[in-house]
Write a protein that binds this ligand. Sequence first.
Ligand code: NAD
Ligand code: ZN
Ligand code: ZN
Length: 344
Amino acid sequence: MRAVQYTEVGRPPVVNEVAVPEPGPGQILLEVTAAGVCHSDLAVMGWSADEFPYPLPLTLGHEGAGRVAAVGAEVRSVSVGDSVVVYGPWGCGVCHACAKGAENYCPRAAGMGIMPPGLGRPGALADYMLVDSERHVVPIGDLDPVQTVPLTDAGLTPYHAIRRSLDKMYAGSTVVVIGVGGLGHIGVQLLRAMSAATVVALDVRPESLELAERSGAHHVFKSDASAVDKVRELSNGEGASVVLDFVGAQATVDLAAKLVGMDGDVTVVGIGGGVLPVSFASVPYGVRAGVTYWGTRSELIELIDLARAGSVSAHVERYELAEAPQVYERLHEGRIQGRAVIVP
Ligand code: NAD
Ligand code: ZN
Ligand code: ZN
């Protein structure tokens, strides 16, 4: 089968021929129907050899959808032919966090050598992929896998970040989204579906601001210092009750610290390496600052139900598997709108 692999630190990914894996006990083999391309892969491929944590070659792709092609012994909840998406942040399955479904915060996974597909384990950018447990698939029935696959990360990550600040997204409050790419545009849709807040989207690309508007943002502004006054003005001088930063660069975390109002939340989701300047005097009183990673199993199930209800619909650019290396280039150059999805 074909697999898009990162083979050597610093070199672009290539399409290789590899063996189709066989599912062991408890495992599921998927014939991949769609795989999303996330900006985090660019960060991973930017790491130096010294800090690179995964075995190479690495089959990329941590947003996966597929049809069950074979199941190992003891798999009972899915059958051959089922259409599913993959829950990516695999945990140990038995600790307190995992018992709550928060495998994204499993404190034992790393120590046990458990890694997500595409981020350590062979990922979804291939003709077939192996899923380690039936816990990590969610059936999608007749939903279109190409439309649905971005929800596993570009949807789940903002959903999780929004949910933990939902009490601060009341009618009359202002929520700011910084960066309206794969994650951000679904984030804007989710904010409209889940809250009564006024949604403001910031980006540096006009195409992304257009997508933000189409995704339901009430206001869109260029992401620079001028946004601070605009947000103050439309929030009656109060500032944002929640800022979600889907870039995480120094410029955007600095901006987020200026946009947030008293007792507000700043959540940094983007892994742009910026350091949020939080001290007693640098942000308004009561500000809660944090970072989030991916989302929980139950949140992915909720999100698939939201998609079934028509409340969220990813903007997708469709590509073939052989084009994947070029898709990463396009993503790097800022030439993808919404989410690029590879269809093997
Ligand atoms: P993307 O490339 O699809 O979108 C990025 C968007 O940010 C683009 O619209 C771009 O124009 C905009 N942008 C870039 N610089 C900006 C700036 N200075 N100000 C405002 N906007 C700016 O990326 P994506 O796949 O949506 O990922 C977004 C970020 O989230 C990445 O850093 C990615 O690694 C990270 N991520 C984090 C998690 C997590 O669990 N925390 C999960 C997935 C992705
Ligand atoms: Zn990702
Ligand atoms: Zn665990």
